[in-house]
Write a protein that binds this ligand. Structure first.
Ligand code: NDP
Ligand code: GDR
Length: 326
């Protein structure tokens, strides 16, 4: 039975990845930070087979201990401070967790592998946010990185450190440059879920206003369930490499509002939506659209859920959840 260690198990992707790995017959270990995390209930009820181990990406000794217990064949580093807007307010902490945390787990993995570096394969959750002020459209593995947020800068450090471990030590280390991916499990602070929850609550008469930031930014949004499959596929390749994972379609936040309100049976969103500077960012990433040709050709990966299907899935899920809990 292959063994996998997943950091970020309480996040959106961690849960989907754990489900995928369990279905493939893996023994799965998840890194948790410890006490009183309300998201642990969902992990325990959805994937009770996962063995939870306590540690933190900022604490190398905890990672060394966790690796020695889990004895993984594959390490998926999904843990991060992942909310871009928050990263300006907590730039140093974001750097420690999202940036230096990658070095910590790479180094702990190298120590764990010892003389047999091929004993373990490593996945790093890199991000389209690294493209920032985009230098080419669409963005591929060779597009110049120009991050525009402390989060993007930290991810860029982790990305290059992963490549460096591959090149310096021959580690089977892969970096997935994933574009935005969403699901009903998405955290409510991210724009898709904020909108889908608001549509559900407006429809049910629980809320009458949605306060937003920049409506002109464009994102390439896919379904998280599809994207975790790409992570696994990367670690099944003969050598580590970097892959862009994206749909190749881009939509503005305005278009997201169009589709989400329509999915909730509301024709016109304008009467409900107000913009407020508190949700504007000091520097914006205006346009993301990915070219995932390499992943499609090498991994045989492709997305299965369209933008409209994704947004509708999220609105329907939130309508069901809000109806249950109101
Ligand atoms: P989430 O924000 O949902 O989950 C983040 C996870 O990181 C949580 O489990 C959180 O644990 C954990 N974490 C936070 N701080 C630490 C720490 N100090 N030590 C250990 N774990 C920590 O993210 P997603 O699931 O959406 O994303 C997974 C990864 O992929 C992240 O690295 C993200 O940056 C990256 N990514 C995501 C994309 C997306 O569109 N979703 C696109 C590209 C990259 P806790 O519950 O304890 O806070
Ligand atoms: P992003 O996702 O920053 O792309 O990072 P988010 O959903 O937060 O923002 C997407 C775009 O929407 C605009 N926006 C708003 N965003 C939020 N959160 N709230 C609002 O009210 C709002 N109004 C407009 C933003 O300005 C932005 O342009 C996500 C995270 O998952 C990262 O961890 C990951 O690396 C990248 O996707 C790829």
């Amino acid at each position: 039975m292959p063994r996998a260690l997943v950091t970020g198990i309480t996040g959106q992707d961690g849960l989907y990845l754990a489900e995928l790995l369990l279905a493939k017959g893996y023994e799965v270990f998840g890194l948790i930070r410890g006490q009183n995390n309300p998201k642990l209930d969902l992990v325990r009820s959805t994937v009770p087979e996962v063995k939870l181990l306590t540690g933190d990406l900022t604490d190398v000794s905890s990672l060394v201990r966790v690796l020695s217990i889990a004895q993984p064949d594959e390490v998926y580093n999904l843990g991060a401070i992942s909310f871009v807007a928050y990263s300006w307010e907590n730039a140093a902490l974001t750097t420690d967790v999202t940036g230096k945390g990658v070095l910590n787990i790479l180094e702990a993995t190298r120590l764990y592998a010892g003389d047999d570096i091929e004993r373990v394969r490593f996945y790093q959750a890199s991000s389209s946010e690294m493209f920032g002020k985009v230098q080419h459209v669409p963005q591929s593995e060779s597009t110049l990185l120009w991050p525009r947020s402390p989060y993007g800068v930290a991810k860029t450090y982790g990305h290059y450190m992963t490549i460096n471990y591959r090149e310096s030590y021959g580690m089977h280390a892969s970096s997935g440059v994933l574009f935005n991916h969403e699901s009903p499990r998405r955290g409510p602070e991210f724009v898709t879920r904020k909108v889908s929850q608001a549509v559900a609550r407006i429809k049910l008469g629980l809320q009458d206003e949605l306060v937003m930031g920049n409506l002109d930014a464009k994102r390439d949004w896919g379904f998280a369930g599809d994207y975790v499959e790409a992570m696994w596929l990367m670690l099944q390749q003969p050598v580590g490499d970097d892959f862009v994972i994206s749909t190749g379609e881009t939509h503005s936040i305005g278009e997201l509002l169009d589709v989400a309100f329509a999915a909730g049976g509301i024709d016109d969103w304008a009467p409900y939506v107000r913009q407020d500077p508190q949700f504007m960012r000091p520097a914006e990433v205006d346009l993301l659209i990915g070219d995932s040709t390499k992943a499609r050709e090498t991994l045989g990966w492709k997305p299965t859920v369209t933008f409209e299907q994704l947004v509708t899935m999220m609105v329907e899920s939130d309508l069901a959840e809000q109806s249950r809990t109101r």
